[in-house]
Design a protein around this ligand. Structure first.
Ligand SMILES: C[S@@+](CC[C@H](N)C(=O)[O-])C[C@H]1O[C@@H](n2cnc3c(N)ncnc32)[C@H](O)[C@@H]1O
Length: 212
């Protein structure tokens, strides 16, 4: 995804749309269930906008580092951080090639980002690399619906949707992709979000740890 492209859409419209769509009440409710589980030294992948900052548990957080390729969303995250008590910094970069040492983080949080990264498998390999042994990956993502009828429509709509929504895919597996990358998952949930078209609304969340 390249929402930092110097087009008017990429710089001004897309970041606003992303922040609006990702801030809907039914999504915020699910963030409030997953984000407070993060503890210690935390990495947030695709932290653009900083929307999760309000949900961290200050008693459990040492520091949150975000990474995101979008200058506009990084700026938004920095603004949001000025209103938050959570110690936070954010660097420009991509999940596929992160500028962090291996075994650096106790928790990696990924919300609505695996749909958009350019290379999902490589991003998850990087998560494995930077996560400490015994660390946890927390995720809340939308993706491939389990029902064939919905999935067929996701495949039809995806090419157009990707262009409109900054590279967001509709048909990517979520928990399955995380497991294929060498994690075991627990506490997983999957559901269609209320008041959302089913092709956009299949979401999965859970916790994952590295399979040794
Ligand atoms: C739909 S937004 C979600 C933002 C935020 N995680 C949330 O939950 O609201 C997708 C985010 O992924 C970021 N992104 C896109 N490609 C990425 C990549 N290759 N590596 C890391 N982040 C990426 C975008 O800039 C954007 O901030």
């Amino acid at each position: 995804m390249d929402i930092s492209q110097p087009s008017f859409w990429g710089r001004h419209i897309m970041p606003r749309l992303i922040c609006y769509a990702c801030g809907q009440p039914q999504i915020m409710k699910r963030r409030a269930q997953i984000v407070p589980k993060a503890s210690g030294k935390i990495l947030e992948l695709g932290a653009g906008g900083g929307i999760n900052l309000q949900f961290y548990d200050p008693q459990k957080v040492d520091h949150v580092t975000g990474i995101d390729p979008s200058t506009e969303l990084i700026n938004r995250a920095r603004q949001t951080a000025t209103r938050s008590q959570t110690p936070f910094d954010i660097v420009g970069g991509v999940a596929e090639d992160m500028p962090f040492e291996e075994d650096s983080f106790d928790t990696v949080l990924i919300t609505f980002t695996l749909c958009t990264v350019t290379n999902q498998a490589q991003s998850l390999r990087e998560v494995r690399r930077v996560l400490k042994p015994g660390g946890k990956l927390l995720y809340l993502e939308h993706g491939r619906a389990p029902d064939d009828a919905v999935h067929i429509w996701q495949q039809r709509v995806e090419p157009m949707w990707k262009r409109m929504a900054g590279g967001c895919h509709l048909t990517r597996g979520i928990s399955s992709a995380i497991e294929n990358a060498g994690f075991s998952t627990t506490a997983t949930t999957g559901e269609y979000m209320p008041k959302t078209p089913r092709i956009l609304g299949w979401i999965e969340s859970g916790e994952a740890s590295i399979v040794q």
